[in-house]
Design a protein around this ligand. Sequence first.
Ligand code: ZN
Length: 346
Amino acid sequence: MRAVYIQAQGGPEVLTFGQRPDPKPGDGEVLVRIRACALNRLDLWNRQGLRGTKREFKEPLVLGTDIAGDVAQVGEGVTSLSPGQRILLDPVLSCGRCWPCLSGEDQLCERRGMLGSTVDGGYAELVKAPAVNALPLPDHVGYAEAAALPTTFMPVWQMLVRKGQLKPWETVLVLSASSGIGTAAIQVAKGGVGARVIATTSTPEKAQQARALGADEVILYSTENLETRLKELTGGRGVDMVVDHVGAQFWPQAYASLARGGRYGVCGVTTGYRSELHLGQLFSKQLTVFGVSMGSRADLRQVLAATARGAVRAHISQTFPLEEARQAHEVMEGRSFFGKLVLLVS
Ligand code: ZN
């Protein structure tokens, strides 16, 4: 099969376009003919060996976590799927037997793995995966649109809907609207929940795009003071939830802007790991600070159902053919895009 793989970690030049052996589905697995694979920042870390992804290479690794395609072949014992079926793969590999898995928290699985990270992923024509990870695609949800969902919408759904319990009458602050997580959070908060959304971004063009996606208010953090503007926009009350995937840079102002009973969710730290926590405010305002990483298979099913109904929609910035994965990585590193970058395989 044609594939883009790495044999060492480093810059975009380590991405090699060439041939790899076709994977063979084992018991309980499916072979998927890939149509679309979305890029994530995780792909850059896997390529660079950053943030806990450093690895020794015995075999080349095919990157790519978020995969949509058609079932090409089913392994022994698979009765729930048949060849030709359109599917989206849940990238989180879980054992289905440990305590977290049995509690429906499979993103906490003790033997957790990830497509495109611990095993071969979607920068290829074919991939194998456990059949339980294959979710049937609703007819009118396209491959690229589906592939753009898992790694951004699963943490956002877990954060806003399942853990944060965001309500339609509440206000949520989405930090840095232009990323995959930012665009997903605006969609889920607005289209999924019906809450009021305040987003932050860096340029007037991105502000316009954030509004088009559903943000009620946009703060330009390059020219405006975040804390002051949030006070004005909420009549001094503050926001009920914060979606933070950028880390240290905005923490002091965003945390200080939480209303009583506010929840602060973190699912990324691109601007830094460490922040100071005001414990007095934490208990006196009865705040909750929590982290999420990916989400459960049930979260992804709910995201897919919400997408099928048109309540949420992945925002695709640009598509590339498989052989241009390297260029796609360079665009992602440049940070001048708005939404998701997707490889179209066939
Ligand atoms: Zn498990």
